[in-house]
Design a protein around this ligand. Structure first.
Ligand SMILES: CC(C)(COP(=O)(O)OP(=O)(O)OC[C@H]1O[C@@H](n2cnc3c(N)ncnc32)[C@H](O)[C@@H]1OP(=O)(O)O)[C@@H](O)C(=O)NCCC(=O)NCCS
Length: 178
């Protein structure tokens, strides 16, 4: 298990699946905003839930509270490109776990995984331009807003802008140092 300050990132357990399915992936609004595609009903065997044999370019985690081990969401390093040594971060916290600082800690823990464990050079986050929680959690960890993809996401009846945030290894090492 990867340990942050307050969160742990571990493998998927069978009993995580019904909770994640009900509270995260079958929430139409959350899924439509976070998944970058059309929402459809999610079965228990959906590859986002049952992650027994992930492809090489995906590292899927369940997120738990370190204190007590309660499941609080999912976190992925996805699109891992071992030639250009970059990857993307995706996070989905259960509704009750949002706004408590966990997301910031998950980003930090995924940065450790990406830069130290996997030896990557660059991490990227794409999120809707109005997702203040995701943008702040990224910026708290040193991510820089690199651009806006105008009108790039169709979300529940309207086109929305997306923000691209990036962090390179050298910058991450500098966070908190000076
Ligand atoms: C986005 C998400 C990962 C952020 O994690 P979180 O634990 O809620 O965020 P944190 O509590 O770490 O907050 C980080 C910062 O954002 C601010 N923030 C959090 N939620 C906010 C909101 N809804 N509106 C405005 N600011 C918000 C916090 O005050 C904090 O600011 P600070 O660093 O200045 O103190 C989480 O809310 C989530 O999973 N949401 C649903 C799914 C989603 O949107 N995933 C991302 C798709 S790209």
């Amino acid at each position: 298990m990867l340990r942050g300050t307050r969160v742990g990132l571990r493998d998927r357990h069978e009993d995580d699946i019904p909770v994640l399915r009900a509270e995260l992936y079958n929430d139409v609004v959350n899924a439509a905003r976070a998944e970058g595609g059309p929402w459809r009903p999610v079965t228990a065997k959906d590859p986002r839930l049952a992650v027994d044999n992930p492809p090489d370019n995906l590292a899927p985690f369940s997120v738990v509270e370190l204190d007590g081990g309660t499941l609080i969401g999912t976190a992925n390093l996805w699109g891992i490109d071992t030639h250009n040594r970059n990857a993307h971060i995706g996070i989905g916290l259960l509704p009750a776990a949002r706004g408590k600082g966990y997301g910031t800690d998950v980003v930090a823990t995924l940065c450790h995984y990406g830069f130290v464990v996997r030896g990557l050079q660059r991490l990227q986050i794409e999120t809707l331009a109005d997702n203040e929680g995701m943008i702040r959690a990224a910026e708290r960890n040193g991510f820089v807003r690199e651009g806006v993809l105008r009108s790039s996401a169709w979300v529940l009846g309207e086109f929305m802008d997306e923000v691209v945030l990036g962090l390179v290894a050298g910058e991450w090492e500098g966070v908190g140092v000076g």
